[in-house]
Design a protein around this ligand. Structure first.
Ligand SMILES: C[S@@+](CC[C@H](N)C(=O)[O-])C[C@H]1O[C@@H](n2cnc3c(N)ncnc32)[C@H](O)[C@@H]1O
Length: 246
């Protein structure tokens, strides 16, 4: 059973104050880079895995998606997503991605933002998603970058010439990582970049685009705190396509 930290009241209260939850997709600096990786949405059947408050689900529909299935482990998240949505073509449900089974060839796009690093069995998940997509369908997702995950974030260890330095510990030791972020002992799973991409390839996906998100100069001028993200990548953005039927 996955850790359901988003249903912890203390965690949820803190998380709800993040700019990306207050302002939605425009509050996420990586959103323009993600948007550039998405296929045309007109008429597409979409699954949004770890949909949270439903910001992306609603955006997909506004871009012309035929339907969106928004799934999340947290009842808090699903309740909030339902409260903020009045669109019968978006169906929100609670589900655990560790055990989820989607119908075969029922989706044109599977999307997921900052959720897969909470899932222990990435191999099972990617194979299941591959089956759920039509041939030519896309999987576009973001995760915490493995370098960021491996570092003892958010603690920097030294200030060298005015630049903070972070350690990267045990990069090649995959598995559980615990962090204190709005609550103690938040559980995530570290996988190297190689494991992440090879798991997708082995599931039958072709790589389309990989971005190690870094803020633009304009973004840093607007929000100077983003400069920190030039020191080590915080997010990995991945777009893959179902290129073969298994
Ligand atoms: C960082 S939030 C991202 C939410 C949303 N995608 C966004 O970008 O605003 C991660 C989400 O993943 C969900 N989650 C974590 N583990 C999960 C699991 N095993 N199955 C389904 N959802 C999960 C959490 O409840 C939370 O809503």
């Amino acid at each position: 059973m996955a850790q359901n930290i988003y249903d912890n009241p203390e965690f949820f209260a803190g998380y709800s104050t993040l700019p990306r939850q207050v302002h939605g997709l425009d509050g996420a600096p990586e959103w323009p880079a993600i948007r550039a990786m998405l296929p045309t949405l007109t008429g597409k059947r979409v699954a949004d895995l770890g949909c949270g408050f439903g910001w992306a689900s609603r955006w997909m529909r506004a871009q012309g998606a035929a339907s969106v299935l928004g799934l999340d482990l947290s009842q808090n998240m699903i309740s909030r997503a339902k409260a903020d949505t009045s669109d019968p073509a978006i169906d929100y449900r609670t589900a655990d991605l560790e055990t989820l089974e989607l119908p075969e060839a029922a989706f044109d796009l599977v999307y997921s933002a900052l959720t897969f690093h909470y899932v222990e069995d990435f191999q099972r998940l990617t194979r299941m998603i591959h089956k759920a997509l039509v041939l030519g369908g896309a999987l576009v997702f973001t995760i915490e970058h493995p370098i960021f995950m491996a570092a003892a974030h958010p603690h920097w260890i030294a200030d060298v010439d005015g630049r903070k330095t972070w350690p990267v510990n045990g990069y090649s030791i995959e598995g559980e990582r615990r962090t204190d972020w709005f609550a103690k002992g938040v559980l995530k799973y570290h996988r190297t970049l190689g494991t992440t991409l090879n798991t997708l390839i082995d599931a039958g996906f072709g790589l389309r685009r990989i971005e190690e998100f870094a803020p633009t100069r304009e973004q840093i001028e607007h929000s100077p705190e983003l400069a920190e993200e030039l020191e080590r990548p915080m997010m990995l953005l991945v777009s893959v396509q179902k290129t073969e039927v298994r």
